[in-house]
Design a protein around this ligand. Structure first.
Ligand code: HEM
Length: 410
């Protein structure tokens, strides 16, 4: 388990795990209990005996004398919304929820559509595209950058920081070099946002950074460090997962050309197609929790401080929840997949992610006819955050007045 073959296709192993037990022990990455069943994953997401205070589990993999390399990483991730429990979490989350109400997110539709079309214009005339580099990396970086109100030209920085963080956070055999890069990425993000936060304090705008500052001003405090930490969390969480969902979803459609054709012919299927894309190859494969007290789980004694990994990718292929789970079927009636988590830490950015991929898939499928793979698709070596490194595609550009006008403007 957890070798290159598993990372390429973890689903046969998941089926084996689903058939053979509710809890499995894994030796890799310092040891962890793995939970594959949908109902168990959803129940444990709401079990307060399992905590999200997990920033230290990343340094546990290394000998004591090397852990200082992760000092910034630990300091910052300890303050992330995703790493805080209880009252403090509820309070911070309430402040941030305002930025992600359906109304606020829906208002971003025209901007996201414009960004999507502009990106497609940059490669349309060539009839080919490396989807990850030329589209999937950029759209979420631009959208989250816009939400945070940071300059568009800096998007290459977000992509680099995000890559370094993802490689470390989602590896089961992280090296010290990966740890150092992740540490540097987070420290750089903190320094990047420091002057931006100072400027927004003087002159607040409509962006998420200003919203956090104003919330602070209204007596419900974000400390400076908390604020800077949430900026790095949003930059990372808003980018990494969504780009992988675009790549994974496109590959699933290309592997099932009849489903791609069905979607092209019937755009009413878009909502159920998006749900199926989210379920079928989840960009987040596992979520760790740390056991807060000794406890018994499914007949097994679990010790305080041990790690429990909730296997979202396996839960989404649990036949008890999704009949014929390995079949990709965009007409499937919707059942909530595990991909966005559940309970108090349920993904706050889900409405935005769903809007981005709805627009991305609708526009890609509509504007790029006869989409096909143009070379080998290369998986990224990360397991926990599952995606593609490269996805080369070809298509037949249409000579239409609308497309010609767009290209003249591009
Ligand atoms: C396909 C896209 C996405 C997926 C699959 C995804 C998945 C998840 C999951 C599984 C969690 C739960 C973590 C846990 O329980 O420990 C989570 C939390 C979170 N997500 Fe997302 N996410 C996506 C997009 C986004 C976007 C676009 C944003 C921001 C704009 C975002 C921001 C967050 C934040 C801040 C949390 C922490 C919430 C909390 O702890 O209360 N995510 N996400």
């Amino acid at each position: 388990m957890f070798d290159a073959d598993f990372i390429a296709n973890p689903y046969p192993t998941y089926q084996h795990m689903l058939a053979t037990g509710r809890l499995h022990w894994m030796e890799a990455a310092g040891g962890a209990w793995l939970v594959p069943h949908y109902d168990d994953v959803m129940t444990l997401f709401r079990d307060s005996r399992l905590t999200t205070s997990r920033s230290d589990i990343f340094s546990w993999q290394f000998p004591e004398e090397d852990r200082h390399y992760l000092r910034d990483f630990s300091e910052i991730t300890k303050l992330w919304l995703s790493g805080i429990d209880g009252e403090e979490h509820v309070r911070l989350r309430r402040l941030l929820n305002k930025a992600f109400t359906p109304g606020v997110v829906e208002a971003m539709r025209p901007q996201i559509q414009r960004l999507t079309d502009e990106l497609i214009d940059t490669f349309y005339a060539q009839g080919e595209v490396e989807l990850m580099r030329q589209f999937a990396h950029l759209l979420p970086a631009l959208v989250i950058g816009q939400l945070l109100g940071v300059p568009r030209e800096d998007r290459h920085l977000f992509v680099k920081w995000s890559d370094d963080l993802a490689a470390f956070l989602s590896s089961l055999s992280a090296t010290l070099d990966m740890a150092r890069r992740a540490n540097d990425a987070l420290a750089s993000m903190r320094e990047y946002f420091r002057p931006i936060v100072a400027e927004r304090r003087q002159q607040p705008g409509e962006d998420l950074v200003s919203l956090m500052i104003l919330s602070e001003e209204q007596g419900r405090t974000f400390t400076e460090d908390q604020l800077l930490a949430q900026c790095s969390l949003f930059l990372f969480a808003g980018h990494e997962t969504t780009r992988n969902l675009i790549g994974n979803g496109m590959k699933a459609l290309l592997d099932h050309p009849e489903q791609l054709e069905l979607l092209r012919q019937n755009s009413d299927l878009l909502p159920s197609a998006i749900d199926e894309i989210v379920r079928y190859d989840s960009p987040v494969q596992m979520i760790p929790r740390v056991v807060g007290e000794d406890l018994e789980l499914f007949g097994q004694q679990i010790k305080q401080s041990q790690v429990v990994q909730l296997l979202l990718g396996a839960a989404n292929r649990d036949a008890a929840q999704f009949p014929e789970p390995d079949r990709f079927d965009i007409t499937r009636s919707y059942k909530r997949p595990a991909s966005f988590g559940f309970g108090a830490h349920f993904c706050i950015g889900m409405p935005l992610a769903m809007l981005e991929i709805e627009i991305a898939f609708n526009t890609l499928v509509r504007r790029l006819p006869n989409l096909r793979l143009a070379g080998p698709a290369e998986r990224s070596p990360n397991f926990g955050l599952r995606g593609f490194h490269t996805l080369p595609l070809a298509f037949d550009p249409v000579q239409s007045p609308i497309e010609e006008e767009r290209l003249a403007l591009a």
